[in-house]
Ligand binder design. Structure first.
Ligand code: MN
Ligand code: MN
Length: 511
């Protein structure tokens, strides 16, 4: 007898060693005899430029892993998340956090999990239609990762619904026609669900996960740490370890596209940087600068972007032989103000959202003025007006609707977000007559993207068009309840009901 087989020695005695088989398992492509290669990998779903496999065969990922190693690693990571949940993730731990931070948590609880799930679908497209077997294998792991990123936040954050009904939006958000859900779906449907393998991997891995991932996973994790939210911190850092691995798929894909069609590569990165920028400036920008207590903010959103995104992104573009996006100056200008405009506009229409809002106090506004000197005067005037409205209406839940927008705002026909680009003085909205319809865009880059692929975007109906065609109700209460699926209990309010100590004191501490 050769000795007893155990789980440990079966691999050593009877199977090849890792280094003997891994390269064989990674490269499992073969030549087709009864179909053409372009039938196995149709251009429409594999992506452009369409190249024969000989051009892709040297495709190589930097971090090579086997399925067995993958499962063992992921298991350990899950155990570590559960351990943190058991130690510091009880309801009473969450309840101790600052109220504004908890509302930032509600934004992420809603926006994150099912968006991660669309990442499963996008990766599975790469797992079938990616052009080299090593790429396809990595995309399988990517799909499993994204499934984990769906389940963990659903598990940890939806549970909070027993304490606060707004956390129901963890599951519900993408299943509603809430205006922000429409914008987020428009973004993720294009990024992941309806995308070919090449564009998916460049847009998701290279732009979202490499350029913008630091915002969510490094910046937000450090803020969560400062805010004392150790569960959220652990969750995002655990997710980040997966992202750092599967994001590598994008680099060799981009490098190959660059070799054959540099213009297309430039378009894809410029388009997706812009689209990601608008979504992330809301998710991260608002959470950093408004939902984190001033003494828990190590830097402003803009400083964080400058340190982690701006320099690094331009350096990476340069390494690939790509140019700085044509709209770079417009982007730098938006960095000064875009998320402030969005926040003020969302505050004004807070009943249309599923989380509560805080007014920036005079101390906050001094901090914001220091960090965003370029346009803060204009923004400050808006908060001064809101303060006056609260003073006139008096604090309390009955005044909420007196300090609230009534007219329907207009949305951009590309990013689907309210027209909030430019400054309060100088809105950059612009219109376009195309075929038999009129379109409006919040910014030049949004218009540019639309013009590049009008067949992709032209038929989408924004909220205003849905109201005009009778698809969505025109009255605000019906829109909120029947179409956005909010209730008086769950729709957004001022966290203090307008009752701020500083508000009752003398007017304007802003200057
Ligand atoms: Mn993910
Ligand atoms: Mn990912």
């Amino acid at each position: 007898m050769q000795g007893t087989l155990t789980r440990e020695n079966v691999f050593e005695v009877h199977l090849l060693k890792r280094e003997e088989w891994l390269h064989l398992a990674r490269k499992l492509d073969w030549e087709y005899s009864y179909v053409r290669e372009d039938e196995v990998f149709p251009k429409i779903i594999s992506g452009t430029p369409w190249l024969p496999h000989s051009d892709w065969q040297d495709w190589e990922e930097a971090f090579k892993t086997s399925y067995r190693e993958y499962v063992e690693n992921q298991h350990d990571k899950d155990m570590a998340v559960y351990a943190v949940r058991d130690a510091v993730g009880r309801l009473e731990d969450i309840q101790k956090l600052n109220t504004p931070w908890i509302n930032g948590l509600k934004i992420h609880a809603a926006a994150l999990p099912l968006a991660e799930f669309t990442g499963v679908v996008g990766n599975l497209r790469g797992a079938r239609f990616g052009r080299d077997s090593a790429w396809r294998t990595m995309a399988v792991f990517g799909a499993l990762d994204e499934f984990r990123h769906t389940q963990i936040p659903l598990l940890l954050l939806h549970e909070l619904v027993r304490w606060d009904a707004q956390f129901d939006w963890t599951h519900k958000f993408y299943h509603t026609n809430n205006w922000f859900a429409i914008a987020a779906r428009h973004f993720f449907d294009e990024l992941t669900l309806g995308q070919n393998a090449i564009e998916f991997h460049i847009a998701t891995n290279f732009i979202l996960e490499t350029a913008f991932t630091n915002l969510q996973f490094v910046g937000l994790a450090s803020l969560a740490h400062e805010a004392g939210d150790h569960l959220f911190e652990k969750m995002v850092t655990s997710i980040q370890t997966d992202e750092a691995r599967h994001a590598q798929i994008g680099h060799p894909v981009l490098a190959e596209v660059m070799k054959h069609d540099a213009e297309h590569a430039q378009y894809l990165v410029d388009k997706w940087f812009w689209r990601n920028w608008h979504i992330f400036s809301i998710l991260t920008g608002v959470t950093m600068d408004y939902f984190t207590a001033p003494d828990q903010r190590p830097t402003s959103f803009k400083e964080f972007m400058e340190e982690w995104i701006v320099d690094q992104y331009l350096r990476t573009l340069d390494e690939f032989g790509l140019k700085k996006p044509w709209y770079w100056d417009l982007f730098l200008d938006e960095l000064e103000i875009y998320h402030h405009m969005i926040y003020a506009s969302a505050y004004t229409y807070r009943a249309t959202l599923w989380f509560n809002f805080v007014m920036p106090s005079p101390t906050d506004r001094q901090w914001l003025r220091r960090k965003y000197p370029k346009y803060w005067d204009d923004m400050d005037a808006i908060w001064e007006r809101v303060s006056d409205q609260w003073r006139a209406a008096g604090p309390g839940p009955n005044s909420e609707m007196s300090v609230h927008g009534q007219a329907m705002p207009t949305f951009c026909d590309l990013c689907q977000l309210p027209l909030s680009a430019g400054t309060p003085r100088n809105n950059t909205a612009n219109t376009l007559a195309f075929e038999d319809r009129n379109y409006i865009f919040c910014s030049e880059p949004c218009r540019w993207i639309f013009m590049k692929e009008p067949e992709r975007y032209a038929s989408h109906k924004d909220l205003v068009k849905r109201v005009l065609t009778g698809e969505a109700p025109a009255s605000l209460p019906d829109l909120l309840t029947a179409y956005f699926r909010l209730t008086p209990e769950t729709w957004g309010k001022d966290v203090c009901g307008g009752k701020y100590d500083w508000l009752s004191k003398a007017r304007s501490h802003g200057h």
